[in-house]
Write a protein that binds this ligand. Sequence first.
Ligand code: FAD
Length: 474
Amino acid sequence: MAQEFDVLVIGGGPAGYVAAIRAAQLGLKTACCEFNAYADPKGEPRLGGTCLNVGCIPSKALLYSSELYDHATHAFLMHGIKVEGVSIDVPSMIRRKDNIVTQLTGGIKGLFKKYKVNFLAGHGSFIAEVDGLWKMKVGNEEVLAKHVIVATGSRARHLPGIPVDNALVVDNEGALKTEAVPKRLGVIGAGVIGLEMGSVWKRLGSEVTILEAVPDFLSAADQAVAKEAWKVFTSKQGLKIHLGVQIKEVSTGPNGVSIKYENDDGDQILECDKLVVAVGRVPNTDGLNAAAVGLKLDAKGRIEVDDHCSTNLRNVWAVGDVVRGPMLAHKGMEEGVMVAECIVGQAGHCNYDTIPWVIYTQPEIAWVGKTEQDLKAAGIPYKAGQIPFMANGRALGQGDTTGFVKVLAHAETDQILGAHIIGTNASELIAEAVVAMEFGASAEDMGRICHAHPTLSEVMHEAALAVDKRTLHF
Ligand code: FAD
């Protein structure tokens, strides 16, 4: 007889495993199925999806290792620390990253046991709705569920005519497995993943060239942040970034990869030893049997959902990268919690206006809410306060003074509408602005909060004070 559940979650990435844990915590009989996309050495599916296996976590592990190497080779000297004969053992760096992935993905299996989520190894798809229950296929078994949460995530977008072999031409998966520093690294795509991957290998000694189709650099970020990032990445760090290019042809041979492209100056050729293709992600909806049950997709192939992640089918929900909105792990997790709470009749919600964005380059870039260009375009009157890290004692002590914090507030109500950081620890500092915005704080509220001294968080404090031109240390 088919097993019956209150909730079946399809996909064990951050959106899916969090939805499953929350549903089980709320007393629902819950299962989560995951197929073999990220199998362990024994062929068992690993939980954690893109994020834990080939995304957020492994990339941040490599970013940190490469940052330490960069410090040892460049930054230590200013502190009077002389380190001689520094070298990098890339395979050891990769093994360390692999161990972190194994530890975390195994940890989710432990959480499933703790919260009594049934883990089903196998590919999940719809069969039909029968007597108010969803009849589903998981591997070779049939399973019945009152509610289905689709959390099948996304995979790397590949470009037509550019075959990814994950040896010479790699996507995020191959880029995170590279065992030697390529002398010349090419990257297609100057988005978050391209910049992060480019940074890792640049710090370890590669000559990195990034080709980007869009003529503007980091167009989603506040323009002042994007301008500062461009200056630091290109002039100070030596990343070569070409914007507005059109890729014509990519070929591989014994000497590596050759990329023919066109820009304003005409036809160009980039020769490199390895090429990373980082041109975005496509939602995983194939194989769900979506069309047969009438599950509606949007024009971009994502599952269409409302503000509460409910699909057009009764008791079918979808969360994470497979639906609209930013492809970020924490956004998917919030949606997972929201849906589980909605299923039991609670007021689950996700505030899409306060989802933080982070780019883990050095300096880090982080923001929440509206950019100045958003506010101008919408005709919203605003005031801006901007403070450089150079004015902060802690940043000076650390020798890390690049960048600034900018706070944007409504000109009449003073409510904080956005915060933008480029600088050291931006990923951690942005949390204060997220909390402030979530509570509807004004710039004055933030300016009246006592911040520990000396800390980097004082830059956020001063930026809030700067909104009303009453800074104390600048
Ligand atoms: P996924 O993580 O893609 O998980 C979906 C899971 O569903 C997969 O395990 C897949 O195998 C499984 N699956 C698919 N179809 C089926 C099926 N039919 N049956 C059973 N199982 C199925 N985000 C951040 O917030 N911060 C970062 O720093 C960050 N860094 C990133 C770095 C890189 C290199 C990449 C590629 C991504 C990064 N992301 C980051 C994005 C983040 O990884 C995704 O937003 C997040 O993983 C999406 O979660 P998800 O659960 O929706 O999907």
